[in-house]
Design a protein around this ligand. Sequence first.
Ligand code: AMP
Ligand code: GLY
Length: 426
Amino acid sequence: MTARVLVVGGGGREHAIAWKLARSPGVGEIVCAPGNPGLAELAECVPVPVSDLDGLVRLATDRKVDLVVIGPEDPLAAGLADQLDAAGIAVFGHTAAAARIESSKSWSKEVMAAAGIPTARSLVATDVASGRRAIAEIGGDGPVVIKADGLAAGKGVVVSGDRAEAESALASFFNEGAPGQTVVIEERLTGPEVSILLLTDGETVRMLPPSCDHKRAFDGDQGPNTGGMGVYTPTARVDAALLARIEETIVRPAVREMARRGTPLRGVLYPGLMLTADGPKVIEFNCRFGDPETQVVLPTTVGDLGAWAMAVANGTLAATPMPTGSGAAVGIALASGGYPGTYETGFPIRGLEDTAADPDVIVFHAGTRRAGSGEIVTAGGRVLTVVGLGPDLVTAHARAYEAADRITFAGKMMRTDIAAAEVAVR
Ligand code: AMP
Ligand code: GLY
């Protein structure tokens, strides 16, 4: 039997998910909501926004899909998976209760403490007075990190250098925040960061290849935080022994603790880690595929995503093969000038046909749309992720930049040092 799958979302991550699903022998047809012009080459795109949960359940029912794969965190936190469960539709994606591992940082910290998972020491504050006490207790006069409790699309974190800076950041959190806001004050960790993605059905775990994101806007890790300007896999920062240690000390305890609480995971768990002098520690847990990590991790994962996703939905992941990584991939985000601040859109994108013919390059669409003229134009901050593939990082890096240079649009912005620390060229 070949399955009909609905992919929820319309970014580079969902394009990569659909690209991998399209290579699954068991997947016959892919529907995507809302999708984008890149996805439209692999899937039927239906313009239902990810915020329209009833509309998405209706679409899944009307099209009699066999499985729904949910990309972004917002519909998970809003309860899309719960609604699909109620409608009897198989789903790869956590219930709202389980998605709290990402949607509430304070709750996630509580899970980590209960499970003995290594992470930054932290305190929760609900007003300025308790916040000031927490800053003093965690950081003394030195650095601390302040995080808004809820989903903030990467914008809810302030890393402060000293107590004065932390106190002024705290004041603006509470001034700008809604009443009843909660913030987490935590110890500042230091070390290289890595992204670990894994699949779980609530019990069994399937680790995917580790990757490294580049979150700052400009070369040399300067400028504001973004959704991710580039990414690569594999990384010498995580060898097989360290990956096994991460699975034992971080991943399995989290999966067990979530099940013990009656909120088992069912989808992706993505711990963002810092490799400190005391070993790997959790910066945050995300409850979905990383963006742009997915755009390099799935093309270098050998195995059948459709089979894994169905097994996650059905609780039979233990019966599926282990994923293995093969080769390397480097992904360069092409962004609109001004991102992550304000930027203009609607500029024609040139060079896409050229790269489409290259078997060692994949261009995943994020912020694009098809204009009335039929042309593909820019439509968002991050426009494309250009992925170069190769047997090793050096080759993948060269192919990625060669292709990224061939694609042009007005105001195009990209970092020129993606993977450079591990490639030592350019
Ligand atoms: P997040 O929005 O949680 O992904 O955090 C954004 C970035 O803030 C992370 O990628 C880290 O670089 C930084 N960060 C978050 N928590 C800490 C911490 N406890 N220590 C140092 N840096 C942190
Ligand atoms: N790569 C950052 C994220 O997906 O949150």
